[in-house]
Design a protein around this ligand. Structure first.
Ligand code: F6P
Length: 557
């Protein structure tokens, strides 16, 4: 195992501390004095046009940040990841999500596994199955074609599929609607199935481990819903054989644990596997995307994978100075560790990306929310950017006030597309053009602000001048692309995967485990009997939990 480098001991860190000391950014002056700034700091990443020029960095700072990535071993760690070394140290696993999107015929053997053959074999099975559902060859137990595919999963087995579906769903034929059930709150399943016909519904139970409480509970509820619905309609009998047949036609599974899939009663012929070297939050491009291949079509899924691969290739082959995910990663380190930023906004100017910030929250925060390094030693700096956001322009009318004039520094990524999904006009006006005008206006206002003199020149006087002044120097990155296609979406996801990777290596942490979610899961299992009224389980709780349980017992109808 290569030991992590404590970033605070590097020469680059010391240099950055010096550069950050008394740092006083002035984007107005920087742009005025340097006509080449925008061009120099704008990069191409596959189909993405990425403008970093409105970030709070000089060339010196950016160069020192790149040196920090080098001194902490980012390129070497990336190579180790691609080669299948066990860089997920606490679970002793390779980290190979990049292998899921390589073109067929790219040999890679890891731990005795022919990775390429296995990936291509599963992909071909998913495509074949998706085509059968889409053509109507695969039907429900009563012979009707599938109209709805319902993915049951949580975390990485939900957030990716739902985000991608929302981004790419369209009116193309055959129209198969996808729905996503994740929460153990029974409301989720009750509402999502309320208007569905069991005869035309196909469930995809998606769980890497096939042990997750929420998913397995929801899968059992869905199975009961299916049986009850079919039986009430007289479509099947209530005998074991009829029920087994119904599950075989209405349930498929995605998992690394095919033995557990069989235990649940799903035919493993209708199960699609993946491998322990795919982390949950890195799995949307694995069989976890089966619901997407069905609803959007296998061609779209292939194109999606090609987008990821294009970015992987950029990261693999581009010097760090032009390597966009690395540059965006080090910018996040600059803001977090040197300028005191506490969070990072992601603001898609595309309604279709409304779940993208939620997706990124798991990707980045489950990956880098750690306080020990991969050798178990404590980190010396803050880690893990806090991602949040909403689509523009909705956010403008909610929280942008704080980004513009609040006391906190919030770097923000703006994401926009030249061409709209729906080219609607308001009279003569292209409405998408108005959306884009807002995107450009916000990044401009955040960067350059409005001086007191400019406010006064508009006739404002007295205390109102301060209230209407915008300091500017609020950093933004603009990510622009021709259109939100499957390929571009794959590129965007891969971009953030590699930003997360870069930061994880700089901080010296294992971005591929998630031990921090375990304690709550264990305690929930211990508390469940107390909810049911088990006196010993109640007595075993702390005073606050006991009081909350008493409130529950008094008020439960
Ligand atoms: O609890 C966190 C987590 O393990 C995530 O990392 C994962 O994506 C999610 O649960 C779901 O796990 P599974 O796919 O095994 O059901």
């Amino acid at each position: 195992m290569t030991s992590p480098v404590d970033p605070t001991t590097t020469a680059a860190w010391a240099e950055l501390e010096e550069l950050g000391d008394g740092f006083s950014p002035d984007l107005r002056a920087w742009f005025a004095d340097d006509p080449g700034r925008a061009e120099r700091l704008t990069f191409s990443l596959a189909d993405l046009h990425v403008d970093l020029s409105k970030n709070l960095v000089s060339d010196d700072i950016l160069a020192a940040l790149v040196r920090l990535a080098k001194e902490t071993g980012v390129p070497e760690r990336f190579q180790q990841m691609l080669a299948g070394e066990h860089i997920n140290t606490t679970e002793d696993r390779a980290v190979l999500h990049t292998a899921l999107r390589r073109p067929a015929g790219s040999p890679l053997t890891v731990d005795g596994q022919d990775v390429d053959a296995d990936v291509q074999e599963v992909l071909a099975r998913i495509e074949e199955f998706a085509n059968r559902v889409r053509s109507g060859e695969w039907t429900g137990v009563t012979g009707k074609r599938v109209t709805h595919v319902v993915n049951i999963g949580i975390g990485g087995s939900d957030l990716g599929p739902v985000m991608v579906y929302e981004a790419l769903k369209n009116d193309d034929e055959p129209r198969i609607e996808a729905r996503f059930i994740s929460n153990i709150d029974p409301t989720d399943l009750a509402q999502k199935t309320a208007d569905l016909d069991p005869e035309t519904t196909l469930f995809v139970v998606a769980s890497k481990t096939f042990t997750t409480l929420e998913t397995l509970t929801n899968a059992r509820l869905a199975r009961d819903w299916l049986w009850t619905g079919l039986e009430q309609a007289g479509a099947i009998g209530s005998d074991e054989a009829s029920r087994t047949k119904a599950v075989a036609r209405h349930f498929i599974a995605v998992s690394t644990a095919l033995d557990k899939v069989a235990e649940f009663g799903i035919d493993t012929d209708n199960a699609f596997g993946f491998w322990d070297w795919v982390g949950g939050r890195y799995s949307v491009d694995s069989a976890i995307g089966t619901s997407l291949a069905i609803a959007l079509g296998p061609d779209a899924f292939r194109e999606f994978l090609a987008g990821f691969h294009a970015v992987d290739e950029h990261v693999r082959t581009t010097p760090l100075e032009q390597n966009v995910p690395v540059l965006m990663g080090v910018l996040g380190v600059w803001y977090t560790n040197f300028l005191g930023a506490q969070s990072h906004a992601v603001l898609p100017y595309a309604q279709q990306l409304h779940r993208f910030p939620a997706y990124l929250q798991q990707l980045t925060m489950e990956s880098n929310g750690k306080s020990v390094r991969w050798d178990g030693t404590p980190v010396e700096t803050d880690t893990g950017e806090i991602y949040w956001g909403e689509p523009g322009t909705n956010g403008q009318h909610a929280f942008y006030q704080l980004i513009h004039q609040g006391t906190r520094l919030i770097p923000a990524d703006f994401i926009a597309f030249v061409n709209p999904a729906y080219p609607l006009r308001d009279g003569e006006r292209d409405v998408h053009g108005l959306l884009l005008a807002n995107f450009l206006a916000q990044t401009k206002a955040l960067a350059f602000g409005k001086t007191p003199e400019e406010v006064e020149a508009e006739g404002t006087t007295g205390p109102l001048v301060a209230a209407r002044t915008f300091e500017g120097n609020r950093p933004t990155t603009s990510i622009f692309a021709p259109a939100l296609t499957p390929r571009v979406l794959g590129e965007l996801i891969a971009l953030y995967e590699h930003i997360t990777f870069t930061q994880g290596v700089i901080w010296g942490i294992n971005s591929f485990d998630q031990w921090g979610v375990e304690l709550g899961k264990q305690l929930a299992l211990q508390i469940a009997p107390a909810i049911e009224g088990d006196a010993d389980a109640v007595a075993a709780q702390d005073a606050s939990t006991r009081a909350l349980l008493a409130y529950y017992a008094e008020n439960r109808r």
